[in-house]
Write a protein that binds this ligand. Structure first.
Ligand code: NAD
Length: 501
């Protein structure tokens, strides 16, 4: 594979990389692919000023016309799907099928947003006063700052950008410092759509800024950026959330998950095995929705776990660009060290560990490939309550469904969850008010691989934000309640008398 050719096809040329200081390494073999120029945090003020100027123009473009730009973006993404999918694989290390899936998700959200551009509906509300009418209207809000994580280097941007753009807002994107090339590529793809769209799109409608936490903080603390959508670790959210709140900004936080599956006595075990392996091993355990905890009923534990251990032993790991490989590398050596630390901590609690060792070290001395791990726990210890961003699946027995649901909910995170059962009483209990406390609760489907149509996000330490489908668009708009008096009287609400002569 010629990396330079992919970059060229995606429109990234020498001029884009000139003076680059941030080394981009592929997790495939640890080699350097490019050096990308970074923005000094002091320069963020200029970027925000450009965005504010773009906002004044973009908010006046009718929403369905704004939707046309996003429709064109979807077309450009379709044309670039293979190249962008490969670049995702190269930069983030996920297998090519998943790289393509991520780009497809971008295309899907564009389609959704185009429809949405004609459906930014408000309510008409009954007024208590004669000759009055009330309504709720939705308006563009201003520049939207997007901070994204390495593991979904392009889809997260599109969930935010496609909605923000149809809602009438410019966007400023600070991608993960581990995946700046995919961000530059997305910007080029959007620029192609803008060129076809014409003059209605103001300069600076979408800007990408490359850098680390200090640059992110310059975006987060600006009063001129009313919405900050931040995706990443809970550690990052603990810094970003209060900083945005301090200035009364709005944050959409999409943070860590610690997702679970309950396998009940009536589960279809064949389906469960397939769902477990995809959810726990896919993306080398580096999805926010990765399955990390498995609660298996006593009556099926001894059938399921040996099958899982066998299935795990056959997962082909290797270069994620190669066909047939199902698991690529971890993002870097730090990630590998954290995985080993968690496995050691689990062992200390008396757990039985299957797998988890480094592999392919001879072929890729600077790539961190592992065998996925299954860890049989005696009880839900602290190590199980922390999110370790690696393919570790903790498994435990249960005998009572209420206990299993309690254990599932007894972690600080609240992103995704599921139950495998063919008993409607169990599945409904799981989905009920007393059931899963997560933002995503599924039945007979694993916790990962969400569609864009639903609102995506989770509770507790996951941050509470919602992105993508359903009514997530409302977070990108300013809501106004209007009361209109078409009578010749001036009655006050609640019947208050306040007469002047
Ligand atoms: P990370 O928190 O290290 O970095 C995420 C982003 O935050 C990066 O762009 C980084 O530069 C930026 N950042 C870090 N500190 C900052 C600060 N003080 N101010 C402003 N920006 C700052 O996360 P990561 O390792 O890239 O990604 C993995 C984590 O992301 C996991 O915890 C995973 O669960 C989470 N994640 C969550 C979702 C979700 O939708 N809930 C989706 C993807 C990833």
């Amino acid at each position: 594979m010629n990396y330079a050719e992919i970059l060229t096809r995606l429109g990234i040329g020498e001029a884009d990389l000139a003076g680059g200081s941030l080394a981009v390494r592929t997790p495939i073999d640890g080699s350097e692919i490019a050096k990308v120029p970074e923005l000094a945090p002091e320069k963020m003020a200029d970027v925000i000023a450009t965005s504010k100027a773009a906002f004044k123009k973009w908010r006046m473009v009718p929403a369905p016309r704004r939707g046309e730009l996003v429709r064109l973006l979807g077309e450009e993404l379709r044309a670039a799907k293979d190249d962008l999918g490969q670049l995702v694989t190269l930069e983030a290390g996920k297998i090519f099928q998943e790289g393509l899936g991520e780009v497809q998700e971008m295309i899907d959200i564009c389609d959704f947003a185009v429809g949405l551009s004609r459906q930014l509906y408000g309510l008409t509300i009954a007024s208590e006063r004669p000759g009055h009418r009330m309504q709720e209207t939705w308006h563009p809000i201003g520049p939207v700052g997007i901070i994204s994580a390495f593991n979904f280097p392009v889809a997260v941007w599109s969930w935010n950008a496609a909605l923000a753009l149809v809602c009438g807002n410019p966007v400023i994107w600070k991608p993960s410092e581990k995946t700046p090339l995919t961000a530059l590529a997305c910007q080029k793809i959007l620029e192609k759509a803008i060129a076809r769209f014409g003059d209605d799109a103001p300069a600076g409608l979408s800007q990408v800024v490359i850098g680390g936490a200090a640059l992110g903080e310059a975006l987060v603390t600006s009063e001129d950026v009313p919405v900050i959508s931040a995706t990443g670790s809970t550690r990052m959210g603990r810094i970003v959330g209060p900083k945005v709140a301090e200035r009364f900004g709005r944050s959409i936080l999409e943070l860590g998950g610690n997702n679970a599956m309950i396998v009940s006595p009536t589960a279809d075990l064949e389906m469960a095995v397939r769902a477990i392996v995809f959810s726990a091993v896919g993306t080398a355990g580096q999805r926010c929705t990765t399955l990390r905890r498995l609660f298996v009923h006593d009556s099926v534990y001894d059938q399921l776990i040996p099958r899982l251990v066998k299935a795990y032993a056959g997962v082909p790991a290797g270069n994620p660009l190669e066909q047939g490989v199902l698991m690529g590398p971890l993002i870097d050596s730090d990630s590998f060290d954290r995985m080993q630390g968690s496995l050691a901590a689990a062992k200390e609690t008396g757990a039985t560990v299957h797998g988890g060792a480094r592999q392919l070290e001879d072929k890729f001395p600077n790539g961190y490939y592992v065998t996925p791990a299954i860890v049989e726990m005696k009880s839900q210890e602290q190590v199980m309550k922390d999110e370790t961003f690696a393919p570790i699946l903790y498994v435990m027995r249960y005998s009572d469904l209420d206990d299993a649901i309690d254990m599932q909910n007894d972690v600080p995170q609240g992103l995704s969850s599921c139950i495998f059962s063919t008993d409607v009483r169990e599945t409904e209990a799981f989905l009920s008010d007393a059931g899963s406390d997560c933002g995503i609760a599924n039945v007979n489907i694993g916790p990962s691989g969400a569609e864009i149509g639903g609102a995506f996000g989770g509770e507790k330490e996951t941050g509470g934000g919602r992105e993508s489908g359903s009514d997530a668009w409302k977070a990108y708009m300013r809501r106004a309640t209007n009361t209109i008096n078409y009578s010749r009287e001036l009655p006050l609400a609640q019947g208050i008398k306040f007469d002047i002569d």
